[in-house]
Structures are given as C-alpha cells and as structure tokens.
Design a binder for this molecule. Sequence first.
Ligand SMILES: Cc1cc2nc3c(=O)[nH]c(=O)nc-3n(C[C@H](O)[C@H](O)[C@H](O)COP(=O)(O)OP(=O)(O)OC[C@H]3O[C@@H](n4cnc5c(N)ncnc54)[C@H](O)[C@@H]3O)c2cc1C
Length: 252
Amino acid sequence: MWREDEDICTAIEGIFTKEGITIRAQAECIRFESRGQDIAAGVNCVNGEPEVVGSHVLLAVGRRPNTDDLGIEKAGIELDARGYIEVDDQLRTNVPGIWALGDCNGKGAFTHTAYNDFEIAAQNLLDGRSRRVSDRIPCYGLFIDPPLGRVGMSETQARASKRNIRVGQRPMTRVKRAVEKGESQGFMKVIVDADSNEILGAAVLGPSGDEAVHCFIDTMSAKAPYSTLRDTVHIHPTVSELIPTILGELKP
Ligand SMILES: Cc1cc2nc3c(=O)[nH]c(=O)nc-3n(C[C@H](O)[C@H](O)[C@H](O)COP(=O)(O)OP(=O)(O)OC[C@H]3O[C@@H](n4cnc5c(N)ncnc54)[C@H](O)[C@@H]3O)c2cc1C
C-alpha cells in the first residue's frame, strides 16, 4: 500500500537509484545473520537476490509513545489502545485541567505539529481563542535530495473521496531553476476541487520543494480559491514561479 501517490514513489525510487541505493519493497521475511565481519540481511523470499550483505544495519521501524512510565494512570488520564494520550480537538485530556501536547497525543508526529499544539493550548487558555487541531492542514517534508514538500490530500486520497477533481502537473525538467541547478529530477503536482475551486493537496518533489510547497499551504490556510494563487506573479527564476502555471493548466 502506497502512502504517497505511486508517481511520487516511482520518482523517489529513481532518485535513490541514481544515488546507488537499491530499494527492496514488500520484503516480507526479513532476517539477519552474521557473515564474518559483515551482516547478511534476508530481504525477500520471492523475488530478486534473497540476501544483501553489508557492514551495518539501520532499523527504522516506527515509534511508539513513551507514556508507559509517566504514572499517567495515577492521574486517571486515559490512553488509547496504542498508548497515545486521548485528547479532544482542543487537546484536553479526560481529566479537567490537564492537556497533552506533541507526539504523545498521536495527532501529529512532527516538530511543527508539536509547536502548533502549544499554540492551540496556550492561545485558548491565555488569549480567549478557540483554536482546534482539526483546523490544521497536514503538511510535511521528506528530506531526501532533492526534497519532497507535501500538503493536504494526495491524488489517490482525493480520488477516493469521490470529489470531482482537477490536477496540474509539471516535471522539474521544465522548471528553469531546477535545470540551471542541474537538479531536474522530480515534479510538482496540485489537486484542486473542480466544484469548490479549493486546493485539496499538493506535492513538490525537486530542488526547494520543501520551501515551494508553502505557496500551497498558505493559500489553503487562507481558504482562498486556487485562482488566487494562479493569478499571483511569482519571482523568476524560482521553482515557485511555475506554481501559478500548473494551476493554469489543470486537467480533469
Ligand atoms: C530521527 C528523527 C527525525 C525527525 N525529523 C523530523 C523533521 O525533520 N521534521 C519534523 O518536523 N519532525 C521530525 N521528527 C519528529 C520530531 O522530532 C517530533 O515530532 C517532535 O520532537 C515532538 O516533540 P514533543 O515535544 O512532542 O516530544 P519530544 O521532542 O520527544 O520531547 C519529549 C521530551 O520529554 C522527555 N521525557 C520523556 N519521558 C519523560 C519523563 N518520564 N519525565 C520527564 N521527561 C520525560 C524526553 O526526554 C523529551 O525531552 C523526527 C524524529 C526523529 C526520531
């Protein structure tokens, strides 16, 4: 199951392959074995070479909330089945006067979401605001080289939602700044709701993709129609310069 759109995954695989990195996905029977000074990793029982031998192994198998040694049960605070602290849309736990912010509440897994949690709780408590987690637009960077900047729905998610969508797309080979830098791998893509004209999501895979994606994040946050960004003049020669262009070339 892809977490990103398949075209993004394929492009990232191409970037890794060019760096000399081999990807072995869907490796079901992973095992490790000493091989002299080295380590042999069994990576796939069905296709390809069954083993990769190397000097080191780095396991990145996810994270779990570090909530089991807080004595949280003594305060009567409820956890969900995975150990995250249960909170409402304003980050209140089930115990009055106790809030849970950051990774421990399972509503985000980033520094920017943890910081936004702080803003929500502090402003609601001290400034009389009523900010909510559900107002936050999901966004993140994938810091490969070149980076991926992502916001909102993927194309797959937008299609699954049965919305009437339009998609704008452009390869980095047609983005002058990327070509000038000699980094023309990747592409940018935007998904727009054809009925409401709102931007549903975007991906910028390419040089400064993690920065350029903020054009979309800000337009979505302002709840402006896509045409606002389409009709905005951007600076030449930048990667962001082509964002109004792809919004002018949306296809069903
Ligand atoms: C390898 C890695 C790379 C990452 N890269 C990025 C990235 O590029 N961008 C991004 O946005 N996010 C990234 N993240 C995620 C980001 O680090 C977290 O989402 C963020 O730090 C969460 O902030 P937090 O305050 O909720 O928790 P933390 O930063 O984990 O802080 C929790 C603190 O509580 C302390 N603590 C725990 N238990 C107790 C206890 N019983 N008593 C007292 N203190 C305790 C811990 O020591 C820690 O200091 C990355 C995470 C990892 C692991």
